[in-house]
Design a protein around this ligand. Structure first.
Ligand code: C2E
Ligand code: CA
Ligand code: CA
Length: 691
């Protein structure tokens, strides 16, 4: 036998190549698994080519590492065949690994095919050695080498399958697995080599391909191919990660957009659009499954007062807290939406109307408990209207409309509760709608009127002037008072043109009285919040004064305390602009809002009007008496005139005069009257004073 020795450097190189080939194989498995269609096929083919070349050159270099006492030469065709077998085995292996799953039976089958392939490559390569009389095989070692090939292939397939998806430590895991696989492949090779014995006197039959440089060439070419494959794979992975990142951020942006478009910004609840969609789904489902659902319209009572008194910031926080409490109360499958402001809608499946009543009751109970926002304790309540499908409407529009009507019914009947829709409610809602329509025409049709209530120097005269109070002479319904239509005017914004008309008309009337000989009379006009916040207010007032030649000192603008304290800084600015013209400002309904003394001091008003609720309850020695006297004292300190309104009895008149009120107004001294009656009133008062 010839003594075969191994060139240890080349053995090491062959093992390194094996490890690198294994790493490439694992990497390729990842590529193929993560790609689809044509790209996956390109990776499969190029991956198996480089992996096959890797395995084959490991084997080839390993053979070259063996230096026999003779010079070896190879059959080119068999060597090529062994290369093709290596590539085919790799192709098969990658294909197996990149399927969606790897059941045990397929793993075993794959391991057998791939292991047999590797062994076939090895022994074909050995057969390519050309010398005589030929190798003597030790079949025990051959069997061991084939066994190793199967086991190594099984392990390799399994590792490649597990690691193909990528993950957290995939690079290290792959490197470790490549080491194991590389060593296994090398182990198979060197076992196979041990099976071959080269008889003494063997000699090369041809001088075929025979060179030392072959080893170097094969190594370099293989390393080059593997390196290129890995490099391209890395670049591709990077590109893919980038694309994936872009795609996912695009998806996130889309989700965000959908969220914004379909949800309310403040509470994150579904908005009207999403609600309508859900309502449509509920209608379809109820028709299909013959089931029922309830649509509940909900509106907070007292929210506007909180908003006005504490500002939008606190109002917003209250809305969020209300939303949270509702969500805590609700269970099961429902849609809670916010339509804007303090309006919420609940859509919920029910078996029975009693279910809806139970839900409504628990919501009402939950909201009526005080809310603590910032350092304030706030009280609001909930008014609910319920429409049930089927029954209270046949489509979305009708259901919404009817639930809304039922909600208004609750509002008009003590609030803080719920009502089921009833057809009669529709008439009321319809009437409101009609009234809004009529209001649009009212100004054009000259249906608006002003009545005038005299203001007296305490205790009983003379008359200082009049407060202009709005009335609507409705063609069908007769004379309407402000509480019947002002809320609608405010809701529709019509209050602004109407209010401007009031200012002008009051000035025109005052001019008439001046001409008639009452040159010292003044007039007071009420401003609503919206009107007060109009930029054009100063211009409107200036114009009216100029048109009717009224001295500004004879016009008083009444703003309620609540309006003035809504945005105190802004109020100071507006009132300053008005009073600089010489107009008087009066703080109306004083005592009902949440005034801050600090701002009261800064407001350039000249008059406080004590709210008539205090006057009404007035009796000596009561709490209200204390409050009124405190207000009078406060007003005197701030240099403000005090007007008491709603004076109905002689006791009130005497008591208020005693406290130091400057001006009195009320049914006792004079009711609001149409302007044509004013001269007779003046006449009468004059007579009374003279008498
Ligand atoms: P206000 O400014 O507090 O007006 C006084 C209200 O008290 C008037 O009701 C008046 O008729 C009523 N009143 C006067 N004396 C007595 C009395 O002795 N006893 C009782 N029980 N009531 C008395 P009215 O005319 O119904 O007006 C109600 C509210 O509507 C007004 O309250 C004011 O806030 C608003 N308003 C009236 N006219 C206008 C207007 O032209 N523009 C605006 N923005 N608001 C107006
Ligand atoms: Ca007033
Ligand atoms: Ca008042």
């Amino acid at each position: 036998m010839l003594v075969s020795q191994y060139d240890s450097l080349m053995v090491i190189v062959s093992i390194m190549v094996a490890i690198l080939a294994a790493y490439t194989a694992l990497d390729m498995a990842g590529r193929v698994a993560n790609a689809t269609g044509k790209v996956a096929r390109v990776w499969l083919i190029s991956g198996s080519v480089s992996m096959g070349i890797g395995i084959w050159s490991m084997h080839f270099i390993g053979m070259l590492a063996m230096s026999l006492a003779m010079v070896m030469s190879y059959s080119v065709s068999l060597t090529l065949l062994s290369l093709i077998i290596a590539i085919a085995a790799s192709l098969f292996a990658l294909h197996v690994v990149c399927r969606g799953n790897l059941p045990f039976r397929r793993l075993i089958f794959g391991a057998l095919v791939m292991g047999t392939g590797v062994a076939a490559m090895h022994y074909t390569g050995m057969a390519a050695l050309m010398f005589e009389p030929g190798i003597v095989w030790n079949f025990g070692w051959v069997a061991v080498s084939v066994l190793i090939a199967w086991v190594a292939s099984g392990v390799a397939l399994w590792l490649a399958f597990v690691l193909r998806e990528g993950g957290k430590h995939v690079l290290w895991l792959r490197a470790g697995s490549a080491l194991v696989m590389g060593l296994a492949i090398a182990g198979m090779h060197y076992t196979g080599m041990a099976a071959a014995e080269f008889p003494m006197g063997s000699h090369a039959t041809h001088h075929g391909v025979n060179s030392q440089w072959l080893a170097i060439l094969v190594t370099v070419v293989t390393l080059f191919i593997l390196a290129i494959t890995l490099l391209v794979s890395m670049l591709d992975a990077r590109l893919q990660a980038r694309t994936a990142m872009l795609a996912s951020s695009l998806a996130a942006a889309n989700r965000e957009l959908a969220q914004l478009a379909l949800h309310d910004n403040l509470t994150r609840l579904p908005n009207r659009i999403l609600l309508e969609d859900r309502l449509e789904q509920s209608l379809n489902k109820a028709d299909r499954e013959k089931s029922r659902f309830a649509l509940m319209f909900m509106d907070l009572d007292g929210f506007k007062a909180v908003n006005d008194a504490f500002g939008h910031h606190i109002g917003d926080r209250l809305l969020k807290a209300v939303t949270e409490r509702m969500e805590e109360t609700l269970a099961g499958h429902y849609t809670l939406a916010r339509l804007g402001g303090d309006e919420f809608v609940l859509l919920r499946e029910i078996d029975d109307p009693n279910d809806a009543a139970a839900v409504a009751t628990s919501l009402v109970n939950a909201i009526e408990k005080p809310f603590t926002i910032s350092r304030y304790e706030l009280l609001v309540s909930l008014s609910i209207g319920i429409a049930i499908y089927p029954g209270d409407g046949t489509n979305e529009r009708e259901l919404m409309f009817n639930a809304d009507a039922a909600m208004y019914h609750t509002k008009n009947n003590g609030r803080n509760g719920y009502h089921f829709f009833q057809p009669s409610m529709n008439r009321i809602a319809q009437q409101q709608l009609q009234l809004i329509n009529d209001l649009w025409q009212a100004q054009e049709n000259n249906e608006l009127r002003l009545v005038y209530q005299p203001k007296f120097t305490a205790p009983s005269g003379p008359i200082l002037g009049f407060e202009a109070l709005l009335r609507w002479q409705h063609p069908q319904r007769g004379l309407l008072t402000p509480d019947q239509f002002l809320p609608l005017a405010e809701k529709t914004g019509l209050i602004v043109p109407i209010g401007n008309w009031v200012i002008n008309e009051a000035c025109r009337q005052l001019r008439e009285w001046h001409v008639q000989g009452n040159a010292h009379w003044s007039v007071a006009v009420n401003l609503s919040a919206q009107q007060f916040e109009q930029d054009s207010l100063v211009a409107t007032v200036t114009q009216a004064l100029r048109d009717h030649q009224i001295s500004p000192a004879l016009l008083t603008l009444e703003v309620t305390e609540t309006t003035a304290m809504r945005d105190p800084d802004e109020s100071v600015r507006i009132l300053t602009a008005l009073t600089q013209m010489g107009v008087n400002a009066s703080i109306d309904d004083f005592g009902t809002g949440y005034s801050s003394l600090l701002y009261l001091k800064r407001l350039p008003a000249s008059e406080l009007k004590i709210d008539r609720a205090f006057v009404k309850a007035l009796q000596a020695e009561t709490e209200d008496a204390t409050i009124v006297s405190a207000i009078v004292a406060l007003a005197q300190t701030l240099n403000l005139k005090v007007v008491a309104e709603g004076v109905e009895t002689i006791e009130q008149q005497e008591f208020l005069t005693g406290l130091g009120c400057d001006t009195l107004q009320g049914y006792l001294l004079g009711r609001p009257i149409p302007p044509e009656q004013v001269p007779t009133l003046a006449h009468y008062v004059l007579e009374k004073v003279q008498a």
